[in-house]
Design a binder for this molecule. Structure first.
Ligand code: GLA
Length: 361
C-alpha cells in the first residue's frame, strides 16, 4: 500500500475506534447525523481529526525541494531562503531549508533530503571543491541539483559547467563597485595618485575573484596607479576575515592617509572599514563599497555616515525565487534550467537605500 494511502487508512481506523468508544451505536453516526447532542460533539471532533489527518496527508504529498546554504546566519542567504519560500507559496511545494557549513553537513543534508523523498535541491556549497562529491551523491539519490552563488569546481580544478548555475555577473558587479568608489572619490576631490586601495580578496571563489578584479580594474582605469592597489586575502568570509586582512595592509602602509576599500561582498568591506576605524581613520578619509546590499543595511542606516559608503545591491530574494522555481519546473515538468544564469545589481548608498529596499521585496 502506498504511504499516503496508509496514512489515510490509519486516520479512518482511529476515527472508527473513537466512535466505537463513544457509544455502542456510534458507528452508525459515521453515516447519519446524531440525534444525541453528546455524540454530535464527538462526531464533530472525530471529523475534525479526519480533516486534520487529510490536510497532513496533503502536506506530505507536496513536492519537497531543498535549499542548502553555506552561511545560514548571513542576511544574503536568509533573503535567498525568503525568495525560495515565495516560490514555494506560489507553486505549492515545500522548501526544506538547511544550513550546510561544512562538507560533512552537506553530505548528511543530501542523505536527509533523499530520505524524506525530496526531488532536488539548490545549493550554495560551503566549499566549491565539494562539487564532484555533491554531483555523485545526488545522482545516486536521484536528486536534481542547481548551484547558486558559488559554482562547483571539478577534480581538474575547472568550473563545472554541466550543473545549472545561477549567480552574479561577477566582473560587471565588481566593476560597478569600483565605479561607485571612483564617483565618490571624484566628488571629494581626492587625487587618485595619492590614495591607497585596500582590496580584500578570497580567490578560492571564482565569483569573488572576478568581483575584486572588476573593482580594481575600474579604479586603475580612473587613474589610481597599479602600485597603490594592495590586495589582502581574507581567511574567512565574514566581518572578522575582512578586519584581519585589512589590518595587515593598514599596518604595512602607514604613509597612506586616504583609503579606498573594495572586496567580494559586504562583510569583507565592513570588516575593512571597522579595521580603518580601529586605526583611527575618519570616515571622511575612507570610501568603502561592498557587494550584496543585504549585509550592510544597518550600517547605511546609522545616524552618522561611516567609511562604508555604499554597496551594489543584488536581489538575493530573486535568486532564491528563481532557482527554486527552476527546480520546481525541472522536477515537475522536466524543464531543464539554463546552465548559466546571471544577475545584475544597482548602486545603493545612504541616499537611495530605502527606495532600493522598497523596490526589492
Ligand atoms: C558568495 C558570497 C555571498 C554572496 C554570494 C552572491 O557566495 O559569499 O556573500 O555575495 O556569493 O552570489
Amino acid at each position: 500500500m502506498p504511504a499516503a494511502h496508509g496514512e489515510l487508512w490509519i486516520a479512518l481506523l482511529s476515527l472508527k475506534r473513537l466512535l466505537a468508544a463513544a457509544s455502542p451505536n456510534a458507528l452508525a453516526l459515521f453515516f447519519d447525523l446524531p440525534s444525541n447532542p453528546m455524540s454530535g460533539k464527538i462526531l464533530t471532533l472525530a471529523l475534525a481529526s479526519l480533516v486534520a489527518a487529510s490536510s497532513a496527508l496533503a502536506a506530505s504529498a507536496k513536492i519537497k525541494i531543498g535549499f542548502l546554504v553555506k552561511q545560514p546566519e548571513e542576511p544574503w542567504f536568509q533573503s535567498e531562503w525568503k525568495g525560495a519560500e515565495k516560490a514555494a507559496a506560489k507553486y505549492g511545494f515545500e522548501v526544506v531549508k538547511l544550513g550546510v557549513t561544512d562538507g560533512e553537513k552537506t553530505i548528511a543534508a543530501i542523505d536527509n533530503l533523499a530520505a524524506i523523498g525530496a526531488k532536488g535541491f539548490v545549493i550554495c556549497t560551503p566549499d566549491v571543491r565539494l562539487g564532484p562529491a555533491i554531483v555523485a551523491k545526488s545522482k545516486g539519490a536521484d536528486l536534481k541539483v542547481i548551484a547558486v552563488d558559488d559554482q562547483f569546481i571539478g577534480a581538474n580544478g575547472k568550473l563545472i559547467t554541466t550543473v545549472p548555475y545561477v549567480g552574479m555577473s561577477a566582473a560587471k558587479i565588481g566593476q560597478a563597485a569600483g565605479e561607485g568608489i571612483v564617483g565618490e572619490m571624484k566628488g571629494r576631490g581626492w587625487n587618485p595618485a595619492e590614495v591607497g586601495v585596500c582590496v580584500i580578496t578570497f580567490d578560492q571563489l571564482d565569483t569573488i575573484r572576478q568581483r575584486t578584479d572588476g573593482a580594481t580594474g575600474a579604479l586603475t582605469a580612473a587613474g589610481v596607479p597599479a602600485n597603490r592597489v594592495f590586495k589582502s586575502a581574507q581567511k574567512t568570509q565574514d566581518v572578522e576575515g575582512g578586519f584581519n586582512a585589512a589590518t595587515i595592509l593598514f599596518t604595512q602602509h602607514p604613509d597612506i592617509k586616504r583609503w579606498l576599500i573594495c572586496g567580494g561582498n559586504d562583510t569583507a568591506v565592513l570588516g575593512a572599514v571597522r579595521a580603518s576605524e580601529q586605526r583611527s581613520f575618519a570616515p571622511a578619509d575612507v570610501i568603502g563599497v561592498g557587494i550584496n546590499g543585504t549585509d550592510c543595511i544597518d550600517e547605511l542606516r546609522k545616524s552618522k555616515p561611516t567609511g562604508f559608503f555604499g554597496s551594489i545591491r543584488v536581489s538575493a530574494l530573486s535568486e532564491g525565487f528563481v532557482t527554486s522555481e527552476m527546480m520546481f519546473k525541472w522536477v515537475t515538468a522536466g524543464t531543464v534550467p539554463p546552465l548559466d544564469t546571471r544577475t545584475t545589481g544597482i548602486f545603493m548608498t545612504r541616499a537611495n537605500l530605502e527606495q532600493v529596499l522598497k523596490d526589492d521585496q
